[in-house]
Design a protein around this ligand. Structure first.
Ligand code: 5GP
Ligand code: MN
Length: 330
């Protein structure tokens, strides 16, 4: 009998913290993606519908092209004035405290509730509702609308669907027996969301120098471990020739994962001389859990998509990762 997904019951103490609070700060992770900001916005609207006072805070930077237009809705820090109200902090799409950046110190002493779908992470906060089988954090927030009996407006439907789409590779990363995700998505489409317009918003809007950057990364990528691992490296000097501000993201990963036999894709980006950002992806057939791998490097994420940033050169982290992946490729 297949194991169908259903949400775990919402703990009574979390319900009470939300019902009793009057002022809320909604926080997400640094370098936010679509799911993060949409979750913050939808969570904020839910609390406002419950009569609460809400402030959205994210330390940024708002670099990914699909989300820059949303940056105006967010404060980038928590001031003493905001803290004076003793707000409840709601953290979404983030399971470890370092991921909220400078906000971690700023919220010290405030009651904190976490809503997230990351399996890996060093748990923090006073209350947690973490469901790793949720495709996105907006999927969890949609469930909360139901739990609190709040109607989803067309505008909020759009935000919820945006999180579903960005975190599921536009519904490609969904396995069998997960009709529940598609049924939730169908509800949002019936509220007026346009999947084709959303697809353009997520994968379109790039400039030529960005697409050339992705081309350069593909050109430079090295196939290792009998064709099962592929590494694409990016250097500071690339920013002189290409547009390297946006993450190559799905465009790069889907092309490299399309190569027969490739199970793990690593994208290494030199941010500073001894600082490297790592993006990790694994194919659905692979035994490699890149979330676990990223955790060993001080980062985190999911089984099939994860990330980390380390204080090492691209070469050093490349050599270390080849050995780590080799161990995991049984
Ligand atoms: P992306 O490659 O799209 O930036 O990230 C893929 C997944 O890995 C996302 O779920 C994201 O939250 C997670 N992730 C990316 N970078 C980091 C990081 O530095 N630390 C942690 N804990 N997770 C990360
Ligand atoms: Mn997410």
């Amino acid at each position: 009998m297949p194991e169908f997904f259903s949400f775990p019951p919402l703990p009574e103490d979390i319900r009470l913290v939300i019902e009793d609070g009057s002022s809320f700060l909604i926080i997400g992770h640094i370098n936010p993606d679509g799911d993060c900001l949409s979750s913050q916005i939808a969570m904020g609207a839910l609390l406002e519908a419950l009569g609460k006072q809400v402030t959205l805070v994210n330390a940024g930077p708002f670099e990914r092209s699909e989300i820059t237009h949303l940056s105006g809705l967010f404060q980038t820090g928590v001031t003493e004035e905001m803290k004076a109200e003793n707000p409840v902090v709601v953290v979404v799409d983030c399971s470890s405290i370092e991921r909220i950046g400078s906000l971690a110190e700023e919220i010290e002493g405030l009651t904190t509730v976490i809503f997230d779908h990351h399996a890996s992470g060093e748990y923090f906060g006073d209350y947690r509702y973490i469901t790793p089988r949720a495709i996105s954090t907006t999927f969890i927030i949609m469930h909360l609308y139901r739990e609190f009996g709040i109607e989803i407006t067309p505008e909020i439907a759009d935000h919820l669907f945006f999180g579903f789409a960005t975190d599921s590779g536009f519904f490609r990363f969904i396995g069998p027996y997960r009709g529940d995700i598609l049924r939730h998505a169908a509800e949002l489409v019936d509220l007026g969301v346009s999947p084709n317009e959303m697809a353009d918003r997520i994968s379109g809007g790039k400039n030529l120098d960005y697409v050339k950057y992705v081309g350069k990364l593909i050109d430079r990528s090295e196939v290792l471990l009998d064709g099962r691992l592929i590494i694409a490296s990016s250097y500071i000097r690339d920013s002189r020739t290409f547009d390297t501000t946006d993450r190559p993201g799905d465009m790069l990963y889907s092309m490299l994962l399309a190569i027969r036999g490739v199970e793990v894709v690593l994208y290494l980006k030199e941010l500073e001389t001894q600082v490297t950002e790592i993006g990790l992806r694994s194919s659905h057939q692979s035994p490699v859990d890149v979330g676990e791998l990223a955790k060993r490097l001080g980062g985190g994420g999911h089984r099939r998509a994860a990330g980390a940033t380390v204080n090492e050169s691209v070469e050093a982290v490349r050599d270390r990762l080849i050995l780590l992946v080799k161990e995991l490729l049984v």
